[in-house]
Design a protein around this ligand. Structure first.
Ligand SMILES: [Zn+2]
Length: 87
């Protein structure tokens, strides 16, 4: 009797697993549309380069921490120049 229950559970688990294997393709097309990627990039925080005043996306900014303050720069050149001035 217990064996039958275990067999039933295994069959159920296998059934659920095979279902979840096929489900992701359906879920990704629904839950994660391709268009969702661009708003994430667009909605990204822009940070101001204190040296040249350019706004740069936080992910591509060059960062340094100066006097406990985090600063973002558009390029390494700006970073170095700013660092030289504020030493
Ligand atoms: Zn700059």
């Amino acid at each position: 009797m217990i064996r039958l229950v275990i067999a039933g559970i295994i069959v159920y688990v296998v059934y659920r697993l095979s279902k979840s294997l096929f489900a992701p393709s359906e879920r990704t097309s629904k839950g994660y549309p391709r268009g969702k990627e661009s708003p994430a990039i667009k909605g990204e925080d822009l940070v101001k380069d204190p040296w040249c005043g350019t706004y740069v996306p936080i992910s591509s900014a060059h960062t340094i921490t100066l006097n406990g303050e985090k600063l973002y720069f558009c390029s390494k050149e700006c970073l170095e120049k700013y660092k030289k001035e504020h030493r």
